[in-house]
Design a protein. Sequence first.
Length: 314
Amino acid sequence: MESTTETLARIFKGSDSGVGSQIADESTRYERINAAEFKRPASTRRIAVANQKGGVGKTSTAVNVAAAFAQTGMNVLVVDMDPQGNASTALGAKHNSGDPSVYDVIEGRATIADVMQTCPDYETLHVVPASIDLSGADLELADMPDRNNRMRHALDDFLADSDVHYDYVFVDCPPSLGLLVINAMCAVSEMLIPIQAEYYALEGLGQLINTIGLVQSNFNPELLVSTMLVTMFDRRTLLSREVYEEVKTHYPSIVLDTTIPRTVKISEAPSFAQTVVSYDPRGMGAIAYREAALEINNRSAVVLETIASRRNEE
């Protein structure tokens, strides 16, 4: 009995139909990623997803890569540090004003365990939600002792006391370079930077890299920019391809081969309190994020070794 891929290949063989070739490509990639093997990293990977430019797919990347790992059975924690709470929405977490949230954790009124919720779609995916209450936290943090390490201490304590070993922790940052982002950078060992496939998106990249360098020098020397992911990629346009090649040329070892396509389903999924991985599992958006997760997973050994060597140099 022939597979779906073989059937599509037979139907569209010799066809110049763009739609036909795209369907065949989707089917092939879907079957390939379903057959791929994900291996648990040797220790917890703590990754902040950040870009001070808004609208680059930052939150979509955080929640969908997290969901892709959870789909494989890995234990994943997502910490939403954006007052907009979009990651919380996409992961089905309750986050109205006044609800227990990451704001209470930063203020010291609660622990991560106190406010954590489970994503309805994946029992191994846990969420620390954010609400609009967090919007004034930057000003409040300015007067707090050890203001840059509030989240680091909370996360360290939680991971040390948890009965669950987490394979991945993702921190979704607000589109800024304020104290919330500095807290996130101090709490993790890695940075994942989504970059929109447009030239404007490249303009702020230098500023972000400079801020990361300052955090490395002053607060968190083991912090590593481990991953860059090109999002909103349209393979039909020369511009998207040029932006990808430009970023790949400057950062060849950390830019993923996978690109995330511009697709309505990725934007549509949060309105149903879902990630695109669960909302449209056979679509190109879900497939691409799962492929990106596989690339990130396959780099675990090298990344963890690099972080360990930095730690030993301190």
